[in-house]
Design a protein around this ligand. Structure first.
Ligand code: FAD
Length: 334
C-alpha cells in the first residue's frame, strides 16, 4: 500500500503543477496515470507543438513545458504509478480514501484530486475475432517497459508516430521486429518513416506494407499473427507479442462511476475551491465544469492552487493555514 497525503489521478500539466502547490503547504503527492508517461494531452497528442498562452513563456513546446513542470516539482519528491488506470475509490471510516488501479496498486490518501483531463486514453483496437483472449497474453496496446520485449519476436501494427518510434526503438531490443501497415506511406514524421525504411533495407526489421491484421492465434498465449495482403492472400508470422498502435481516444471511463455529479462528460465543481459534491474529492483541469469554464492549461493551474489551500484542512486538521509568497518563504523541499 502506498501512503500519501494527496492522490492525484492524472499526471497531465494540471496534475503535475498542483504537486507544486501542495508541496508549498507541506503536503505529499502520489500521481497515477493510465498512460506510461507523464504530460497528459501535451505529451500524448502534441509534444512538438508550440504553446503561446502560458504566462511568462512567449512560446514553449508542449513537451518542454511538461519537462519544466517535472523540474519544478522535483523538490517535493512526488511519486508516480504510470501505465495503470484508477478504477475504484473506496471511502474509509475516517474519511480518507483507498484508490485501486487496474493493476491492483493501492494508494491510501487523505484527499483525492481528479485531474483526469478528457478521461482515460483508451487504445483503438483492431477488429479481430478473438482479440480479447490474447490481451495480456501477447497482445498489448502500449509499451510500458521496453525490456519486456528483449529477445522476443514482436509484431507492431500502425502507421503513425507511435508505431514508427517503437519500431525504431525495439529494433535494438527485440530478437525480431515486424511492422505491418495497411498503406504504402506513413502518417508519422517523415524523418521516422525514413529511418524505418532504412532499417528494413538493412534487413534489421521486416516491413510489411499494404497488409492488414486478420487473425491472432496460439495455445493460451499468442504465437501466430495472420496477415492479409491487398490481393486477399493470407500469410502467417510467428510472434511472441503483437502491439497494435492505432491511436488512443479519450473516454471518461471509471470516473463516471464514482458517484460524482457529471455534466456532459465533466465533473461539476464548486468554484470556491473546485470541490466536488463528495467531501475530500476535488476535480481540476479539463475534467471539471462550471459556468464560464475554459479548458486551458492556465485555468487548470489556477484551480490547482486554490484547491490545495482547501485540501490543507484534511491533511492538517489541527493546523491553521497561513498564506505565504514563495518570494518570502522560498521553495522548502521535503
Ligand atoms: C492539439 C491541442 C492543442 C492544444 N493547445 C493548447 C494551448 O495552446 N493552450 C492551452 O492552454 N491548452 C491547449 N490545449 C488544451 C490542453 O492540452 C488541456 O487544457 C490540458 O491538457 C488539460 O490538462 P489536464 O492536466 O487537465 O488533463 P490532460 O492533459 O488531459 O491529462 C489528464 C491525464 O489523466 C489521465 N487519466 C484520466 N482518467 C484516468 C484514470 N481513471 N486513471 C488514470 N489516469 C487517468 C489521462 O491518461 C491523462 O494523461 C490543447 C489541446 C490539444 C488537443
Amino acid at each position: 500500500m502506498i501512503n500519501t497525503d494527496i492522490c492525484i489521478i492524472g499526471a497531465g500539466p494540471v496534475g503535475l503543477f498542483s504537486v507544486f502547490e501542495a508541496g508549498l503547504l507541506k503536503m505529499r503527492c502520489h500521481l497515477i496515470d493510465a498512460l506510461p508517461q507523464v504530460g497528459g494531452q501535451l505529451s500524448e497528442i502534441y509534444p512538438q507543438k508550440p504553446i503561446y498562452d502560458i504566462p511568462g513563456y512567449p512560446e514553449v513546446k508542449a513537451q518542454e513545458l511538461v519537462d519544466n513542470l517535472m523540474e519544478q516539482i522535483k523538490p517535493f519528491k512526488p511519486t508516480f504509478t504510470l501505465g495503470e488506470r484508477v478504477d475504484h475509490l473506496d471511502k474509509q471510516e475516517d474519511g480518507s480514501f483507498i484508490v485501486t488501479t487496474s493493476d491492483k496498486t493501492h494508494v491510501h490518501a487523505q484527499v483525492i484530486v481528479i485531474a483526469g483531463g478528457l478521461g482515460c486514453f483508451e487504445p483503438r483496437k483492431p477488429a479481430l475475432e478473438n482479440l480479447e483472449a490474447f490481451e495480456g497474453k501477447g497482445i498489448t496496446y502500449m509499451v510500458k517497459d521496453p525490456e519486456t520485449f528483449r529477445g522476443k519476436k514482436v509484431v507492431l501494427a500502425g502507421g503513425g508516430d507511435s508505431a514508427l518510434d517503437w519500431t525504431i526503438f525495439l529494433s535494438n531490443v527485440a530478437e525480431k521486429v515486424t511492422l505491418v501497415h495497411r498503406n504504402e506511406t506513413f502518417r508519422g514524421a517523415p524523418d521516422s518513416a525514413a529511418k524505418v525504411f532504412d532499417l528494413a533495407n538493412q534487413g534489421k526489421i521486416d516491413l510489411i506494407l499494404s497488409a492488414n491484421l486478420k487473425e491472432v492465434s496460439g495455445n493460451g498465449v499468442l504465437d501466430t499473427v495472420t496477415l492479409q495482403d491487398k490481393s486477399k492472400v493470407d500469410f502467417k508470422i510467428d510472434a511472441d507479442y503483437l502491439i497494435p498502435l492505432f491511436g488512443l481516444s479519450p473516454k471518461l471511463g471509471p470516473i463516471a462511476d464514482w458517484g460524482l455529479s457529471i455534466d456532459k462528460n465533466a465533473i461539476e465543481v464548486d468554484t470556491r475551491d473546485y470541490s466536488t459534491g463528495v467531501e475530500r474529492i476535488y476535480a481540476i483541469g479539463d475534467i471539471n465544469t462550471y459556468p464560464g469554464k475554459l479548458k486551458l492549461i492556465l485555468c487548470g493551474f489556477h484551480e490547482g492552487s486554490i484547491m490545495m489551500q482547501s485540501a490543507f484542512k484534511y491533511v492538517y486538521p489541527d493546523q491553521k493555514l497561513s498564506f505565504k509568497y514563495t518570494t518570502v518563504n522560498g521553495v522548502n523541499a521535503f
